[in-house]
Design a protein around this ligand. Structure first.
Ligand code: NAP
Length: 247
């Protein structure tokens, strides 16, 4: 069931989970950060480091918070692109909540180097600093522009901006983050967006013969991981979810 909650009523909604014995919920924008302060315990270090939760598990009125986005992304990267981050170089576009999950996931998977580019450079700098607090040895750097990386060997590009996202005219964000022709290497391209299923950026990447995938795999995996946390069941969950969304 989907519940629309007023932004200033999230605390009340969480108290209702306890009162009604709701076994668990999945959260999305704009609640992921606020939820962090409303649960009783965040058992895993990824959830604590990210400062944002997408899953709540209710055990007898005690609320556990989790973040399954980062692992959902890593699983999708493996399943959809057969990409192994260890020692590789990635360019992450964006510096919002999703970009943070992607950066942490890649660092946890021992990526060799991450470049971060964001329209608002201060936020990219902030993400680099934040990552350095948890992964002090990691090589994470701000890219002034994606074009400035033209001579670098990039193995993976992740679009974690909302640029390219569909929706009603008021919310749609047509366009591409940058011109892929400026990158000389042949990176795999992962776009976190899943609606539309092929963004203009993914199309441009496919036209250049690059390996591509959209955000549906991450969506399914983060949801399947949440389902597992609520119920303990993992057999067949992904397949059922894939069928439910028509894949
Ligand atoms: P967010 O926190 O609001 O961050 C949005 C990011 O997009 C920021 O870096 C922002 O740059 C950038 N941006 C927005 N409009 C732009 C434009 N016109 N030009 C250039 N950059 C622009 O959102 P989020 O939670 O990180 O989500 C980002 C995207 O990931 C969304 O499309 C969301 O649907 C997708 N997502 C997918 C999954 C999945 O399961 N597949 C999970 C989570 C998120 P500024 O800092 O300059 O504003």
């Amino acid at each position: 069931m989907a519940f629309e909650v007023e932004p200033n009523s999230l605390g009340l909604a969480f108290e209702s989970l306890r009162a009604l014995g709701v076994q668990g919920v999945n959260l999305t924008i704009p609640f992921k950060e606020t939820a962090y302060d409303l649960v009783d315990e965040i058992p895993d270090d990824m959830g604590r480091a990210l400062g944002a939760l997408n899953t709540v598990v209710n055990k007898d009125g005690y609320l556990f918070g989790h973040n399954t986005d980062a692992n959902g992304f890593l699983m999708a990267l493996h399943e959809e692109l057969a990409f192994k981050p260890q020692g590789k170089t990635a360019l992450v576009l964006g510096a919002g909540g999703a970009a943070r999950a992607v950066v942490f996931a890649l660092l946890r998977a021992q990526v060799g180097k991450i470049w971060i580019y964001n329209r608002t450079m201060d936020r990219a700098v902030g993400l680099v600093e934040y990552a350095a607090r948890f992964f002090p040895e990691a090589d994470v750097e701000v890219a002034e522009t994606p074009e400035s990386l033209s001579g670098e060997k990039i193995d993976l590009i992740v679009n974690a901006t909302s640029l390219g996202m569909g929706g009603p005219e008021s919310t749609a964000k047509p366009g591409v983050p940058f011109d892929l022709a400026t990158i000389s290497s042949k990176p795999a391209v992962y776009d976190l967006i899943y609606a539309p299923s092929q963004t203009a950026f993914l199309k441009a990447a496919a036209d250049r013969g690059l390996q591509t995938t959209n955000g549906l795999g991450m969506l399914i995996n983060q949801a399947a991981l949440a389902f597992e946390l609520w119920t303990g069941h993992k057999e067949g969950v992904r397949e059922t979810m894939r069928k439910a969304i028509g894949l």
